[in-house]
Design a protein around this ligand. Structure first.
Ligand code: C2E
Ligand code: CA
Ligand code: CA
Ligand code: CA
Length: 275
């Protein structure tokens, strides 16, 4: 069974979820991982393109499996969503991010923000019966919640209440993977959105031709008219960065600046950046 060494093999079968048996194994391992605290939050800088400063970090979960090494969220978040494990997992992420946020507001200043991903399964009333928002005693304006377009279309009244609750706590709201979801944009007016994050597929193709440039320009123009700020995802080259600056994009995030890194590495990165 050790086809390409143990790590490769298990990673492969997890991600493919080839058999019901492997899926069952993954669910058992996820339960164990929660009990044994095998998760780690990584952070990726979000750069203010106008000021050339790092004003935010996106938190991205990682799983340090004791036998199989690092497992990507793309491989376990979907299963966590289907099984309801996303609820305790999401609670862990929030607690961790809020603790880190408090520390980093002392280190990096009161305006520094941490953004937290939230999947649709975490967004229903039922899954939030012990509502972490109710006993949030920190400054909500130091946090951004990232949700996807799809969430704003389904379950509208639940989502509307939820977003209102965030706004009451001064938490900001970002639309993740913008441009990949729905053709209806009316939700941008309906909900009080603070940021759109242009999906990296658009940024990727910026140098491929005029069409993608036009699309990005249009998204930025529209967002700004609606008083929404724009974050470009997946910025990998200087050329992309410069094009985005020329278009008036507010923020950039991507490997050009830094991949997601552990908290201590992020702190070193901040020190280097400020030099
Ligand atoms: P996402 O929210 O769209 O996160 C951005 C993904 O793009 C991350 O993948 C990040 O590592 C990657 N990325 C960043 N810069 C670049 C770049 O320049 N080029 C390329 N090719 N990729 C880049 P990651 O960390 O593997 O996360 C995958 C997805 O898993 C996330 O997509 C998000 O939907 C989900 N996820 C991660 N952490 C959490 C979490 O704490 N809670 C929930 N609910 N979902 C999470
Ligand atoms: Ca995100
Ligand atoms: Ca995204
Ligand atoms: Ca706004």
């Amino acid at each position: 069974a050790k086809r390409q060494g143990r790590n490769r093999y298990c990673y492969f079968t997890y991600s493919m979820q080839e058999t019901a048996k492997m899926r069952q194994r993954l669910i058992v391992d996820l339960h164990q991982a929660l009990k044994e605290n095998q998760f780690v939050l990584y952070y990726q800088p979000i750069v203010d393109l106008g000021k050339n400063t790092i004003s935010k970090a996106e938190s991205l979960i990682r799983w340090h499996h004791p036998d199989h090494g690092m497992i990507s969220p793309a491989d376990f978040i979907p299963v966590a969503e289907e099984t309801g494990l996303i609820v305790p997992l999401g609670d862990w992420v929030f607690n961790e991010a809020i603790g880190q946020g408090n520390r980093w507001n002392l280190l990096f200043g009161p305006d520094f923000q941490i953004s937290i991903n939230k999947s649709p399964a975490q967004f229903t009333q039922k899954s939030e019966h012990h509502d972490w928002l109710d006993d949030l005693d920190v400054n909500g304006s130091n946090f951004v919640i990232e949700i996807t377009e799809g969430m704003l279309i389904e379950n509208t009244s639940t989502v509307e209440k939820r977003i209102q609750k965030y706004k009451n706590k001064k938490i900001e709201v970002a639309i993740d993977d913008f441009g990949t979801g729905y053709s209806s944009l009316s939700y941008l007016n309906k909900f009080d959105i603070d940021y759109i994050k242009i999906d990296r597929s658009f940024i990727n193709n910026l140098s491929q031709g005029k069409q993608y440039q036009t699309l990005c320009e249009a998204m930025i123009l529209m967002a700004h008219k609606l008083n929404i700020k724009v974050i470009a995802e997946g910025v990998e080259t200087e050329e992309q960065k410069n094009m985005l600056i020329a278009m008036g994009c507010d923020y950039g995030q991507g490997y050009l600046f830094s991949p997601p890194v552990p908290a201590d590495v992020f702190e070193q990165f901040m020190v280097q950046w400020q030099k």
